[in-house]
Each structure stands twice: as C-alpha cells, then as structure tokens.
Design a protein around this ligand. Structure first.
Ligand code: GLN
Length: 538
C-alpha cells in the first residue's frame, strides 16, 4: 500500500532571521538523501498576495518558479539544496488565503454564514498545507511558517497547524521549533529563557513542539540540553544544536551529526532507510572550502546595500566557483556611483563584470559605463535581464551611434527605443503577477558562445520582465557585430545577445541564476568564471 504523506511544520521563535529556510532545506536534503520524496513549502504571514510587488530592500530577491510564481527567496534555497523545482503551490501568503476566501464568499460558497478567521481562514490554510501532500508525489512535506511565533499575523497559521496535527495524528504531523540560545558574554553563559518563553507561547496556542532546533554561537553542553528539554517538554535527543557555521551548505552535515533526520523519522514512525548519500554534496563543500584559485567579480547593481537582493546570483557564483575549484570573490558596486571618470579605477582589478537585473531608471548610467568598460577592455561580461538590456542600449549608443537610444522603461520619448515594452504588456493595468513570468523556451544559434556554454541549442529558462529587445533593430545590431544568438521560437523575442569578437560577452533576458543548484551549477556562471580565471588580471 502506498504510504500516506507525512507533515513536518517548522516554526520560529525569539527572533527573525534564524534561518528557518536553511534548516528546512537541510532537513529535506537529508531525508531526500535517505530515499524519501520530499518537498518544502513556505507560508508567509504578510498580506501581499505574493512578494512580487515588494521592494528588494524590504524582502530580498523575488524568486521565480518554473510555473511563473513570484515567491519568497527561501524557495531558492529549497531548489538549490534539493535540486527539484518548486511551484506556485510551494509559497502561500496571508493575502492569497484571504483572496481565495473572499472570492468564495462573493461566489456564495458560504451563503448564510458569517465568514470568520476560524474556521474559514484556517480551513483554507489547511487545504493549502495539504495540497502538495495530496498529489501523491511526496512522502514528506515540510512546511515552513514565516515570521516569529507571537506575531499577531502568524496566529491563524499556528492555529491551522494545531488543527491539522489533531486531525492527522501525532505520528503523521510533527512540529519543529527553531529558536535562539543567546550567549551573554558578560555572564559567560548561554541563556535558555527566551526559548522557554517562545515554547510557552506555542503551548498556549495549543501546539507542542516535538523537536527544538537551537541556534547558538557556542556548543550546548549536556546540562543545557537537559534544561531546555525539561522546561520545554521535549526529549533530550530532540534538542538539536545548530551552531553557527562557515557556509549555509554546511548545515545539512551539521544536522546529520545532530541526527535531526533520524529524530524526525522516528517521530513520524518512518524507517531510517539507508545512510544518506551525500557524496556529491561533500565534494562540493570541499571545493567551496579549499579552492585552488580565486577570481574577483564586480557585480554592478543598485540594491547592493542588501546582499539578499541578489541572493540567487551570489549562490550561483558559489556553485560555479566550486565547479572551477575556485573562490569567487564578489564585490558589489552601486551603479549610481560609477561615472565615466572613475569607471577605470573602480573596475580595473576585476576579472569579470556582471550587471544585475533591476527595475527603473535609477543608476542606469553607471551600468552603461561598466558595460562600455567591459566591452572595450575585453573583460568577461555577463548581463542578466536589465543587465542584458543595458548592454543593448550601450551598444546602440556607442557603436551604432544612436545617441538617444534607450529602453522605453526609462524614456518614453526616445526616438530609438532599442528596448521596448512587450506588446502583450501594453494592455496590462495591474502590477501584481503580470510580467512575463516563468519558464519559456529559447532556441540557440549553432556555433554561438551560448551553444558552446549549454552544449545544446534548445533550452528553457525562467523570466521576469516587461520589456524586450526591439526586433526592428536586429539587422543594424547584427551588421555591426552584436548578435542575437537565442530567441523564443514562438514569438521571436530576443533571449541572448553576444559579441563574438569579444572573449566573453553575453547578455541574457532570462534569469539563469534561478536554476543554479549544488548538483547542477548553471553553465553560464560556470563558463563565465572559467573565462575570468583564464584571463585573470593579477
Ligand atoms: N526592468 C526590466 C523589464 O521589466 C528588467 C527586469 C529585470 O531585470 N528582472 O523588462
């Protein structure tokens, strides 16, 4: 008989930013490596229907799935760790829950009833919590609850977890609570009180955590573990230490050592099966920690104050570095601070330049300067989305001599909109979820740099944009040396531009960083680093 799906809920206490996403992804990795089919989903308490409309400064990068959902950046960790794509169903917000319930109400589904948080909102949360499990595709679904217990907005989620655990039974649904054991240096002690309080809050809400994962800067000795276990009402072996580590990719191994996976399986009454096969993972870590070389990459963007804004790009560089046995040192440059006068000085010690995705006109001039510098000085260049669009604008202005060339996103009056709004976007009036999103095919020209990079001519990549290369200019660009080497086979939309005379110059309309994983580092990142290494400046 097919085993029914089991559920693991991950809540967070004491403070935000404890790394629930990484703990969830690490546990999932271990269970997957033992032979279970696992997925992870995230429930976020904010009221935006999805994070697509959030400023990257506020919430970090918006991660796009194959099916075109704009999601929380934790889904990126899930994919990078598990090497399995996620979907719209893997990220649900309070906004989406309410939207559904209100639509149901307007349709008349609850006729005669007062619609309330309990049961209507909690029922909808529970329905969505079980959606992936109900497909039959998974043995275990891990659900991360965003926010911190005690927040007003997470209450309905905690209540839904309580009800689900009651409905499914303790063997089929367990709760892991991630908490912090702070170290007070003045007292020279680790303090368990905040953890006790946050567990008490959960207990008051009717949820008893089965496992505590304790973030800490110092090892927990047997006494502390016993104390936490006693006061928080869990088994001593269910107090898991999560000590600070060098890289997030260490966490699965740290959790393996702490036996988190075994404790989870025992509580779910599932067999431990084989020892986890983490050979490839360990090899990757070895390369990350003991690189033989080093390259310096300049990342030019405008959200540089918050590294989370370029999360997937950073991680893709780590994957690509490991593949080249090389450390990739990424230095962020704020594009607003790059000028014709200082560009040379700023960028001369870098082995490669990446111009990042983005929206709006702020900082565009600095991006164009950086691209001009890379083009004229044969520095490996990689432009992503807006970065690709900027490489087109730079080329139009400085090589085709179309001085006013621009994107119609930045200038509505330019006579040379070399980047223009996609036709289907012109009728769009709402901002949320309306860009060209998700996976689309791209046909690559044989013999191009892209075809060598991918080793094939048919690919699919993920997108998030409203503007595109204006095909009225294709002939002029190609005649003077900028080639369109990848197009969408259905619409002819330009996906890749290259300068064949340059050692490595590629701009892509899509977001390759979203598909880079530990097991499958993205080929453009890998080859970009390889070339940067070959042409290394110092
Ligand atoms: N702003 C550009 C567009 O909408 C690029 C988007 C991006 O870089 N993700 O087309």
């Amino acid at each position: 008989m097919e085993q029914k799906c089991k559920y693991v809920f991950v809540t967070g206490g004491v403070t935000s930013s404890l790394g629930k996403g990484i703990i969830s992804a690490s546990l999932a990795k271990l269970l997957q490596a033992r032979g279970y089919r696992v997925t992870i989903q995230k429930f976020d308490p904010y009221i935006n229907v999805d994070p697509g409309t959030l400023n990257p400064y506020e919430h970090g990068e918006c991660y796009v799935t194959e099916d075109g959902a704009e999601t929380d950046l934790d889904l990126g960790h899930y994919e990078r760790f598990l090497n399995v794509p996620t979907s719209q169903a893997n990220n649900v917000t309070t906004g989406r829950i309410y939207q559904t319930v209100i639509e149901n109400e307007r349709r008349g589904d609850y006729l005669g009833k007062t619609v309330q948080v309990v049961p209507h909102i909690t029922d909808e949360i529970k329905r969505r919590m079980k959606l992936l499990g109900d497909t039959g595709n998974f043995d275990i679904v891990i659900t991360e609850i965003g926010g911190t217990v005690g927040d007003i907005e997470s209450l309905p989620f905690i209540e839904a977890v309580r009800q689900l655990q009651w409905e499914l039974g303790e063997d089929d649904a367990i709760v892991i609570h991630l908490t912090l054991i702070p170290y007070l240096s003045a007292a020279g002690e680790l303090k368990t009180k905040p953890t006790q309080h946050s567990v008490r809050f959960l207990l008051e809400s009717g949820v008893k955590p089965d496992i505590l994962v304790c973030r800490t800067e110092h090892n927990l000795n047997a006494d502390i573990r016993r104390k936490v276990a006693l006061f928080c009402n869990v088994n001593v072996n269910a107090v898991i230490e999560s000590i600070d580590v060098e890289t997030i990719y260490d966490v699965p191994l740290v959790m393996l050592k702490e036996k988190l996976d075994k404790v989870v399986l025992a509580k779910l009454k599932l067999a431990a099966k084989q020892e986890p096969d983490l050979e490839q993972w360990r090899e990757f870590l070895q390369n990350v920690k003991h690189p033989k070389n080093e390259v310096n990459i300049a990342l030019v963007g405008k959200y540089v104050e918050l590294p989370d804004a370029y999360k997937s790009i950073n991680e893709a560089f780590i994957h690509a570095g490991a593949a080249n046995e090389c450390r990739v040192k990424v230095k962020y440059f704020h594009s607003e601070l790059i000028t014709p006068e200082n560009v040379n000085d700023k960028l001369k010690n870098y082995d490669g330049i990446l111009v990042a995705p983005g929206f709006g006109g702020r900082g565009i001039d600095g991006k164009l300067e950086a691209i001009k510098y890379a083009r004229e000085n044969n520095v490996p260049f990689f432009g992503i989305c807006l970065g690709m669009q900027c490489s087109v604008i730079e080329y139009a202005r400085n090589v085709l001599d179309l001085k006013d060339a621009h994107s119609s996103e930045m200038s509505e009056i330019t006579k040379n909109p070399v980047i223009d709004m996609m036709v289907e976007q012109k009728k769009v009036t709402q901002k949320g979820g309306t860009m060209r999103l998700g996976a689309y095919e791209c046909a690559i020209v044989k013999g191009s740099l892209a075809s060598k990079i991918y080793g094939k001519t048919k690919i699919t990549e993920r997108h998030r944009h409203r503007y595109e290369f204006n095909n009225k200019y294709t002939a002029a660009f190609e005649k003077s040396g900028m080639m369109i080497t990848g197009v969408n086979p259905e619409t002819g939309l330009a996906e890749i531009v290259e300068l064949p005379k340059h050692p490595f110059f590629i701009g892509v309309q899509f977001h390759p960083e979203l598909k880079s994983t530990v097991e499958n580092p993205h080929p453009i990142f890998v080859k970009f680093i390889k070339k940067a290494l070959e042409l290394k400046v110092l």
